[in-house]
Write a new protein. Structure first.
Length: 184
């Protein structure tokens, strides 16, 4: 079993991990933990095949393979690949962690998010809905929090992405609301 395969087996916990196989001069960046990698996925090559993305059927990136990596990364970076991967939540800001908790069904986290961000999310919904559906903005924001709390929405594991993601989801839900003709 080569070094890369051995290191892959040593990363059973979720989180960002980076491996390096010196024989192949290739690195693999695990974007999600092993549990998410079992989803059906396919590969998308980029940069003349030097970068290969493993993408699930929903379009989410699961991992990235980089070929010829010693040409673009410093030797000490490659040597650090034997470290244990980080907990995926370790790099998140407090708001990101609160959003993640709400997405996992924590009602207190959802309540805090609602209290702290309701006004800005209502503004986003009102702008997206336009003047004909202003009264539906509250319903859209409520539907967002309901979908978040029931696990229908999967918050990103990206630092400082919570508020932009919430606004993008509310805007998307408002646009869908318009396409479906509203709730009138």
């Amino acid at each position: 079993m080569n070094d890369l395969a051995i290191r892959r087996e040593q990363h059973p916990q979720p989180g960002l991990a980076f491996t390096y196989d010196p024989e192949a001069d290739a690195s693999y960046i695990y974007v999600v933990g092993r549990a998410h990698r079992i989803r059906p996925h396919h590969q998308v090559a980029a940069l003349e095949g030097y970068v290969v993305f493993d993408v699930d059927d929903d379009g989410r990136i699961l991992g990235i393979e980089i070929l010829g990596v010693s040409r673009v990364l410093r030797a000490e970076t490659l040597e650090d690949t034997v470290r244990t991967p980080l907990d995926p939540e370790a790099h998140l800001a407090p708001l990101d962690r609160k959003l993640l908790a709400a997405g996992r069904g924590d009602p207190s986290a959802a309540g805090e998010l609602y209290a702290e961000h309701k006004a800005s999310l209502l503004r986003v919904a009102r702008r997206a809905l336009g003047s004909g559906y202003v009264q539906d903005a509250e319903d859209v924001v409520h539907e967002f929090f309901l979908a978040l709390g029931t696990g229908e929405l999967e918050p990103p594991l990206i630092r400082d992405a919570a508020l932009p993601w919430m606004k993008r989801m509310v805007r998307s839900m408002a646009e869908e609301h318009l396409r479906s003709g509203g709730w009138r």
